[in-house]
Design a protein around this ligand. Structure first.
Ligand code: UD1
Ligand code: CA
Length: 531
């Protein structure tokens, strides 16, 4: 979708939105198609109107209303629609994040279906927001009436839905600037959608002004051929909206009160209406089913990855890299294919993540490398190496230059600077000092079947391969354990702990007990060679 092919008022043009106000552009009647706009953008420009975009402080934004009471039937889910998430945030969480940047005085969220779970989620992510309960679906107009019921109408009210996660604060700010600068009664964010099915259509007059919005279910064929849709995002003059909202009627196909009908009411009362056409229609995509959920997630992934790449992060394969909106990554980090970085994860410069690595709520210091691993709630120190095929669980802290190597699982384990657990080990509930080496296939036996116990290992310790360290147990600084030991008692500093049966060889056993076998044959040949 190319904005420049659309009609708009030049001086109101901005990067994402172009504006067609009631006075400022040529005709685009019903049936027009994307790219088919008129050209003389100045025709009919009223000289009383401001000729430049006035920067208006967003402090005028009094109230934001988020409509989120719908059932989300098409999700076919026990979870309310707005609680489904993409990129680490709920759908309504994305909307709230965009709204938060506008710093509104009040936020009101209309809840209905799944009220309790939606309210407890909102309590967590937006404790200052006020919820309004809509018991029965009565339409977007009805939901708005409830939201405005006890409001003191002042300044500007922004209304939007809770299921449009891709909407940016940037576009909302632009809509508000247009709205405030033009002194409009209402300003509607519109988009030209390649498949407008299901959306309300924007009906413009011969002069291009916004006349009304017609819902798909109330539309005739001519209207259905309009590609310009109502995004469901509006800025209203609060006083005018409060005056008009009570006049809505439910004489439509769904028998509901449509918020969209308020446009015509305001117009009939002499108000001017702006229609701000957004350049990138993906911002206004709503999520109504799981297919759209996946589509929006993919679009969000592209957006997040692009932003990181522009900030200096190398993402080798953006199509297979999933990074949550909540993650922080420094410049010069490299993310290899098939990786996912989520939650509150924070990655410092020059770290290399992947391939095929999952980081959930992890902190990764500069220059660390994590390959083919799954890590949750772990802190990975400077230049530490993890993987391939490590599983780091919550409470794991790896010191500078330390290592959790191939097929190593760790949980609640602090590994000191330069210490290494290179192969095939389980380290649970442990403190390991500096410069220590844990031999292959060591198990920290932390669970007695009832309780978990801690193991403490000093500095520069050498744990022999295949040691079982039965907790609670302590291994002193500089101590060794013999390979294959089951260590049940503390090993003092500098001692060698040996806890295994002494070896004995039963000479000639194979020839006696396995005569005729290949082993017996090999054994007798060996005896012959030796003479
Ligand atoms: C609405 C608009 C349509 C627009 C589209 C954009 C109306 C009448 N139509 O249609 O012009 O193109 O959004 O996505 O407004 N809700 C409530 N209470 C209700 C009904 C709805 O809170 O009684 C909430 C829903 O949870 C949802 C939002 O309002 O978040 C929009 O409702 P929805 O039913 O999805 O409207 P659309 O048919 O998509
Ligand atoms: Ca919708």
């Amino acid at each position: 979708m190319v904005a420049s092919t659309h009609i708009y008022e030049g001086e109101y043009a901005f990067r994402h939105c172009v504006v067609a106000s009631t006075w400022a552009f040529e005709a685009q009647g019903p049936g027009s198609i994307p790219g088919g706009g008129a050209t003389d953008i100045r025709k009919g420009l009223n000289s009383n109107q401001p000729s430049r975009l006035i920067s208006v402080s967003t402090s005028r934004l009094d109230t934001v209303v988020i409509l989120a009471a719908g059932e989300g039937t098409r999700m076919k889910s026990a979870t309310p629609k707005v609680l489904h998430s993409i990129a680490g945030r709920s759908l309504v969480g994305h909307v709230l994040a965009a709204v938060d940047e506008l710093n509104p005085k009040n936020v009101r969220i209309v809840v209905g279906s799944g009220r309790e779970s939606v309210e407890s989620h909102l309590q967590e992510i937006a404790p200052k927001a006020h919820t309004v309960f809509q018991e029965k679906r009565g339409g977007t107009g009805h939901a708005t009436q409830l939201a405005l019921a006890d409001i003191k109408p002042e300044g500007t009210i922004l209304i939007l839905a809770g299921d449009t996660p891709l909407l940016t604060s940037h576009s909302l700010k632009e809509l508000l600037e247009v709205h405030n600068a033009g002194g409009f009664a209402a300003s509607v964010l519109t988009a030209e959608h390649p498949d407008p099915t299901g959306y309300g259509r924007i009906i413009r007059g011969d002069d291009g002004s916004l006349l009304r919005i017609v819902e798909e279910r109330d539309a005739d064929e001519l209207v259905k051929n309009i590609f310009e849709i109502n995004s469901g995002v509006y800025a209203f003059d609060a006083k005018k909206l409060v005056g008009a909202i009570g006049k809505l009627k439910s004489n439509n196909a769904q028998g509901e009160l449509y918020l969209t009908d308020v446009i015509e009411i305001l117009r009939n009362d002499g108000g001017q209406i702006a229609a701000a056409l957004i350049e990138d229609f993906i911002e206004v995509l709503g999520v109504n089913d799981r297919v759209q959920l996946a589509e929006s997630a993919a679009l969000m992934r592209e957006r997040i990855n692009e932003e990181f790449m522009r900030q200096g992060v190398t993402i080798v394969d953006p199509t297979t890299t999933w990074i949550d909106a909540t993650v922080k990554i420094a410049a010069d980090v490299t993310v290899l294919p098939g990786s996912s970085i989520t939650g509150s994860s924070l990655i410092e410069s020059n770290a290399v993540i992947g391939p095929r690595t999952t980081l959930i709520d992890c902190t990764v210091a500069c220059c660390a490398e994590i390959a083919e691993s799954y890590c949750s709630g772990a802190t990975i120190g400077e230049s530490a190496k993890v993987g391939p095929f490590s599983y780091l669980r919550p409470g794991t802290t790896l010191g500078k230059n330390s290592k959790a190597g191939a097929f190593v699982e760790m949980k609640n384990a602090q590994v000191g600077e330069g210490s290494k657990v290179p192969h095939l080990s389980y380290v649970g509930d442990a403190t390991i000092g500096e410069g220590t080496n844990i031999g292959a296939a060591t198990v920290f036996v932390n669970y007695d079947g009832v309780e978990k116990h801690h193991t403490t290992i000093g500095d520069h310790v050498r744990i022999g391969s295949d040691s079982m360290l039965v907790a609670p147990v302590e291994i002193g600084d500089g101590a060794y354990t013999a390979a294959g030991s089951v260590i049940t008692e503390n090993v003092p500093a500098g001692a060698m702990g040996v806890a295994r049966a002494k070896q004995r060889n039963v000479i000639g056993w194979v020839l006696r007990k396995r005569s005729g076998s290949k082993s017996a044959e090999a054994a007798s040949k060996s005896d012959e060679k030796k003479g």
